[in-house]
Design a protein around this ligand. Structure first.
Ligand code: HEM
Length: 422
């Protein structure tokens, strides 16, 4: 193992999924879905004050709260996300701007959003995706599995050993970062992703990343390479280009948007298969089921349950008038379990169910830019894990650790202790 690899290994060996939820009230939930089903039935659009983070004061005076209209049904969530004139992304800009910078794409409104998205999308074209699959994602997945197999004990903890590591490395790879920088990039990435549990470290990481990406931008302007930062500094459509602040915002957005979501989604997929061995067996017997299985896992346990909007005018939804200026929280997780769309088995993980488009990747103008990359990473990961770790199953000796999916805003497994036939 090189010194760089040892530094990265140490970072991840100290990883504690439970600690990521510390301080976040929104994280301390095992199964939000029965309560969300009740809200869909009884109060599909409701005004509430929600505690986002608990402060130290016993009387709650230090808590961070948000008053908003919470929206739970598929149809209402879909309406909000497609109508970006009535529902702007101003609230996202305020929330994420501090950490990601003022031009964070997911917080932009039209016409700036469309301009920015068109330029950035150039770097995510189909040709790049095919190259990332074979030259980046597969080798990274295989290298992580090599380490698991090399231990020769037929055991792994797949969150720590696999799902938490892969997407950050993929983002580093598509940005074209030099491998010698990986240890510091990984540390900043982890601090940025964990900003909710440690805001001070998260903000410091955000500043360090801005300085770091700025230097790489200067290098790529002088000597372009085959990577996303080179594409971003050189892109031009009809005379429009991206300025440096926009590029720095985008690169930082890629960590929470692209790495955190995908690591959680891959963990949820694995959890669904490990807790339903019959479905794991069906998938292994018929790899053609993979595409539907990935979508079903993202529908069943989306890694991110809510997005934010602000009403720009009075709008009526499900009989409730949302006044202009109000914050609105569409619950995409609840929408993905709406029984009017997925029937009375909507809470079940079922890779054989009749496919029905879901909304975990969003909808409308802000629909996930990384949707194809996320699906490709999940497919490559699962193909390799299922092939190279035969008879993969929960470790019966470590079930006392009670692996389960956890969280109310972000959801993923607390751990995935497994055994396989070594
Ligand atoms: C399973 C994994 C993922 C899920 C569930 C997911 C989910 C979402 C959702 C719900 C939105 C819409 C946010 C809104 O409307 O306010 C979004 C936007 C976005 N996602 Fe993803 N995402 C995933 C993976 C990725 C990946 C791998 C990337 C890497 C490129 C990425 C990049 C983005 C970007 C840049 C946006 C902003 C798009 C815009 O504002 O126009 N996402 N994602």
């Amino acid at each position: 193992m090189t010194a760089d690899e040892a530094a990265i290994a140490e970072l991840y060996d100290n990883f504690d999924a439970g600690a990521m939820f510390a301080g976040s009230v929104a994280g301390d939930v095992r199964n939000p879905y029965p309560e969300l089903a009740r809200r869909r039935r009884e109060s599909p659009v409701e005004k509430r004050t929600q505690t986002l983070f608990k402060g130290d004061a016993a009387d709650g005076s230090g808590d961070v709260t948000q008053e908003a209209y919470f929206v739970y049904t598929y149809d209402d969530v879909n309406t909000i996300m497609r109508d970006n004139e009535s529902f702007t992304s101003e609230a996202v800009r305020e929330l994420m701007g501090m950490v990601m910078g003022p031009y964070v794409m997911v917080g932009l409104d039209e016409p700036e959003h469309k301009r920015h998205r068109n330029l950035v999308a150039q770097a995510f074209r189909q040709r790049a995706l095919q190259r990332w699959d074979s030259e980046l994602v597969l080798p990274i997945a295989n290298e992580l599995i090599d380490r698991i197999v090399a231990r020769r004990d037929g055991k792994a903890e797949l969150v720590r050993d696999f799902t938490y590591r892969l997407p950050v490395q993929v983002i580093a790879g598509i940005l074209g970062l030099p491998p010698a920088d990986y240890p510091k990039f990984h540390q900043w990435a982890l601090d940025l992703i964990n900003v909710t549990s440690d805001p001070e470290a998260g903000l410091a990481a955000s500043a360090s990343l801005a300085g770091y990406f700025s230097e790489i931008c200067a290098l790529r302007r002088r000597e372009p390479q085959d990577d996303v930062i080179s594409d971003l500094v050189n892109v031009e459509i009809d005379g429009e280009t991206l300025d440096e602040e926009e590029i720095l915002s985008f690169c930082r957005l890629l960590l929470p948007a692209g790495a955190e979501t995908t690591y959680r989604a891959t963990g949820n997929f694995l959890y669904g298969l490990l807790s339903n061995p019959d479905q794991m067996a069906a998938l292994k017997a018929d790899p053609a089921l993979m595409t539907g299985a990935i979508e079903e896992s993202i529908r069943w346990e989306p890694p991110l349950l809510i997005v934010s909007r602000r009403a720009s005018r009075d709008v009526e939804l499900s009989g409730v008038t949302i006044p202009a200026g109000a914050d609105v929280v569409p619950n995409t997780g609840s929408a993905c379990h709406d029984e009017t769309r997925w029937g009375d088995t909507s809470e079940d993980f079922d890779i054989l169910r009749t496919p029905q488009p879901h909304i975990a990747f969003g909808a409308g103008p802000h629909m996930c830019l990384g949707i194809h990359l996320a699906r490709m990473e999940m497919r490559a990961s699962m193909d390799q894990l299922l092939t190279r770790l035969p008879n993969l199953r929960f470790d019966p000796d470590r079930l006392d650790t009670d692996p389960h999916i956890h969280g109310e805003t972000f959801r993923s497994p607390t751990g995935l202790p497994v055994v396989f036939d070594a």
